[in-house]
Write a protein that binds this ligand. Structure first.
Ligand code: MN
Length: 260
């Protein structure tokens, strides 16, 4: 099995190397990741400048490792299109910090695996809920089990799984749930300041008020459980679509039919 590993915390983040360490027993591991932290860049792709990449010496011996001057999505695109052939599994992480609910839209961790998903490669995003996570034992255990499921061909294709673990030791975790994304009840706020020349606005993430419904990813991690959410890219709002079905009729005067 050929496994491509990336992240958004930067190529030397400890979570990435914890993932490499556990997955190298399962096949050939190649690391292609941003050369610096890129959290919050989402699925962003660099189109207006070249994306530079250099092979670097890996902290673990024998692992081909490429640092990319670009986003997590850039890293995966360059990897899959130019550096690594026949990838069987794409892993992004292990991220330090949750990627829950609507935050998946700005998550670089998730943005990276979308590029695998688009190409039909089984793709896993794995996050531990602490910005200073050092204990990756539960996450690596989960990752290796999920990689086994991919190897067995048990998971459907395409598949993109977003896994989040509470920052706990394996024996403190109370179970694993399949979940849906929770909804947040807040928007980002800004802090205003002045640098002596101009005003600036610092976009600030305050503590979100999550809906805590059972069945959501947030509920599970708050209850010391692992959350697994399958994601898809079709963001069509089916309920809204049905509710405003009559809109074209209301707008028809915009483009009156040409009379013959
Ligand atoms: Mn991150």
């Amino acid at each position: 099995m050929k496994i491509l590993i990336t992240n958004d915390d930067g190529i030397y983040a400890p979570g990435l190397w914890a993932a490499v360490e556990v997955l190298e027993d399962m096949g050939e591991v190649v690391v292609v990741a941003p050369d610096r932290e890129q959290s919050g860049v989402g699925a962003s792709v660099t189109l207006n400048s070249p994306v530079r990449s250099v092979e670097v010496v890996a902290p673990l011996e024998g692992i081909h490792t490429y640092a990319v001057e670009g986003t997590p999505a850039d890293s995966v695109i360059v990897a899959l299109e130019a550096l690594v052939q026949n990838v069987d599994l794409l892993v992004s992480g292990i991220n330090s910090g949750f990627n829950l609910g609507e935050d998946v839209l700005v998550s670089g961790t998730v943005g990276a695996v979308l590029q695998g998903y688009f190409r039909g490669i089984p793709s896993l995003a794995v996050s531990v809920g602490s910005l200073h996570a050092t204990d990756f034992r539960a996450a690596t255990r989960l990752l290796s089990a999920l990689a086994h499921e991919v190897a067995e061909g048990w998971l459907p294709r395409p598949v993109l799984l977003n896994a989040n673990l509470p920052p706990l030791a394996p024996k403190e975790i109370e179970g694993i749930d399949m979940t849906r994304l929770a909804r947040r009840r807040y928007a980002d706020t800004v802090r205003q300041g002045d640098d002596g020349k101009r005003k600036y606005y610092w976009i600030t993430r305050t503590r979100p008020a999550w809906d805590m419904e059972k069945g959501t990813d947030v509920w599970s991690v708050r209850h010391r459980r692992v959350s697994l959410t399958p994601l898809q890219t079709d963001m069509t709002a089916a309920t809204t679509l049905a509710a405003i079905e009559g809109l074209p009729e209301r707008l028809q005067k915009l483009f009156p039919p040409v009379s013959s």
